[in-house]
Design a protein around this ligand. Structure first.
Ligand code: PEP
Ligand code: MG
Length: 537
């Protein structure tokens, strides 16, 4: 037995086999090659190997899912034989460019060309081109495929996981994450929580190949990760897990009940989601609405920006599934730990305080307009609200409102139906909390993002695992900023909620209710526990 300790991101227990996850670690840069013929030969061999992989995939798919689904691998094989594509790559190699870079460059160009076509079928090929190019690049660079190869759900053991890796994973195959690095406030941890995965970060475990397939237990109550547990430990922890499941079952009695204190104060309990797939968990947990739809997750784990149509479909699906309950869509909050390479953002010394969120949207308004168009088009299908992240000034809100008005006018001229959409902002910088009296005059609601508000107030990088022990989330400075925001919001008739992780901290529920908070938005996992706490106040 090996016992390791980590930092739990969700109180729960998972028992299963370990899957050691290794990343595809290489940086794609252009280099000057010495011998053109050798490089072309290397490229041709990689294409042959990719074709063989595709044949195998075709056969596997044919046997497991049928001919129709298998067809895609045949199409990929045909695309790999396209003379124009192959010749363009070879032309770049003749220009002394390394094969990996040439494939990436030509693949991206072809993909963009397909994406701009009128024909829907051809447009869809844009992703396929990227797929086959990546296959060839991986073979050239000698790295493997990082998808989870296991028939049963596993405990994923990794060095660290980025939010885009987490979002691209097959969630049905994961019971829990255990990572060597990472902090409990990172977006990967937040994702684990919203997926109800009892995971550990910052764990003192080695990433050994010999752990592959070994039985293990993640205990989110004691922060322990046990590899190869003996019979008695396995039995004890199985009982503990069953008790956890039983407690969660008991909470289900509260489904359909009000979030109301004994003296009649009502608080909305909403949910945080990252995409359409999470809505099912919101409905099961009886969430009253969606208080934070982290729309940037639609932009992660892919090679191009989601189109207006793709976004519209996602927002519409969430709104329809929520059947008229409020859905607050937060506009793109990319940057810091959430990276999308295709946006071409330059590396920064201090990305948490850098070009991120609303700063990108106001700096690259085309991206912003596309998203706003998609949200307003979807607003006809439910009760949508929009909130803007990382606000620090009234001026930003004025600029945002001007763009919003232009987008709405454009849609009106196109006769596109729209619903009433509430506009709000996140209060997640100390600046916003301090001038919340001025900001409240401009918006209909505030949603306090305690994750960022904490890191900026305490000057503690939320990603830095070394600082977690001194990160006091109940710090008086933070509580005073929350109180000030609630008071200032109410003076101007703006409602005020909290959508950071602190909203689910039941040790503070009474404090928030006393402050007059109107809404708490949490992972679906916490809705019923929070309802129980509110009802006992
Ligand atoms: C926050 O900062 O509290 C928040 C809810 O946003 P995110 O965690 O996505 O930065
Ligand atoms: Mg934030």
């Amino acid at each position: 037995m090996v016992k390791c300790t980590g930092k739990s991101v969700l109180k729960g227990i998972a028992i299963g086999k370990i899957y050691v996850y290794r990343k595809k670690e290489f940086t794609l840069v252009r280099t000057q090659i010495a011998n053109v013929d050798d490089e072309i030969k290397r490229f041709e061999l990689a294409v042959e190997a990719a074709e063989k992989q595709l044949e195998t995939l075709y056969q596997e798919a044919l046997e497991t899912v049928g001919e129709k689904e298998a067809k895609i691998f045949e199409v990929h094989g045909m695309m790999l034989e396209d003379e124009g594509y192959l010749e363009d790559i070879k032309a770049m190699i003749r220009d002394k460019c390394n094969a990996e870079y040439a494939v990436k460059e030509v693949g991206d160009n072809y993909s963009q060309m397909f994406a701009a076509m009128d024909n829907e079928y051809m447009r869809a090929r844009s992703v396929d081109i990227l797929d086959i190019s990546n296959k060839v690049i991986n073979i050239l660079a000698g790295v493997g495929d990082d998808s989870i190869k296991s028939d049963e759900p596993v405990i994923l053991l990794a060095d660290d996981l980025t939010p885009s890796e987490t979002i691209s994973m097959d969630k049905d195959k994961v019971l829990a994450f255990v990572t060597v690095h990472g902090s409990a406030n990172s977006h990967t941890a937040i994702l684990a929580r919203s997926l109800n995965l009892p995971s550990l970060v910052n764990t003192d475990v080695a990433l050994l190949d010999e752990y592959q397939g070994k039985m293990a237990i993640v205990d989110g109550f004691s922060d322990e990760f046990v590899i190869n547990p003996p019979e008695d430990v396995l039995e004890d922890l199985t009982q503990k897990r069953d008790k956890w499941v039983e407690e969660a079952e008991k909470l289900k009695k509260l489904i359909g009940q009000d979030n109301v204190t004994t003296d009649g104060r009502r608080v909305n309990v909403y949910c945080n989601i990252g995409g359409v797939d999470d809505v099912e968990r919101v409905i099961q947990a009886d969430g009253g609405g969606i208080g934070l739809f982290r729309s940037e997750f639609l932009y992660l784990g892919r090679d191009t920006c989601p189109t207006e149509e793709e976004q519209f479909e996602s927002y519409k699906a969430v709104l329809e599934k929520m059947e008229g309950k409020k859905v607050i869509i937060r506009t793109l909050d990319i940057g810091a730990d959430k990276k999308a390479d295709y946006l071409g953002l330059e590396p920064e010394e201090n990305p948490a305080m850098g070009y991120r969120a609303i700063r990108i949207c106001l700096g690259q308004p085309d991206i912003f307009r596309t998203q706003l168009r998609a949200i307003y088009r979807a607003s006809a299908y439910g009760t949508a609200a929009i909130m803007f992240p990382m606000i620090i000034s009234v001026d930003e809100i004025k600029k945002i409102k001007a763009i919003v008005e232009e987008v709405k006018q454009e849609l009106r001229e196109e006769n596109i139906p729209m619903g009433e959409v509430e506009l709000g902002i996140m209060i997640e910088t100390p600046a916003a909390a301090i001038i919340s009296d001025q900001l409240a005059k401009e918006v209909e609601f505030f949603s306090i993002g305690t994750n960022d508000l904490t890191q900026y107030t305490l000057a503690i990088d939320r990603q830095n695992q070394k600082l977690e022990s001194i990160c006091d989330t109940h710090h008086t400075a933070i509580l005073r900023l929350i109180q000030m925001t609630v008071e200032n919001g109410h003076k101007e008739n703006a409602w005020v909620g909290i959508c950071g992780e602190l909203a689910s901290d039941t040790k503070l529920t009474k404090t928030f209710v006393d402050m007059g908070i109107d809404e708490l938005s949490v992972s679906p996992t916490y809705v019923l526990q929070l309802r129980k706490t509110i009802r006992e106040i």
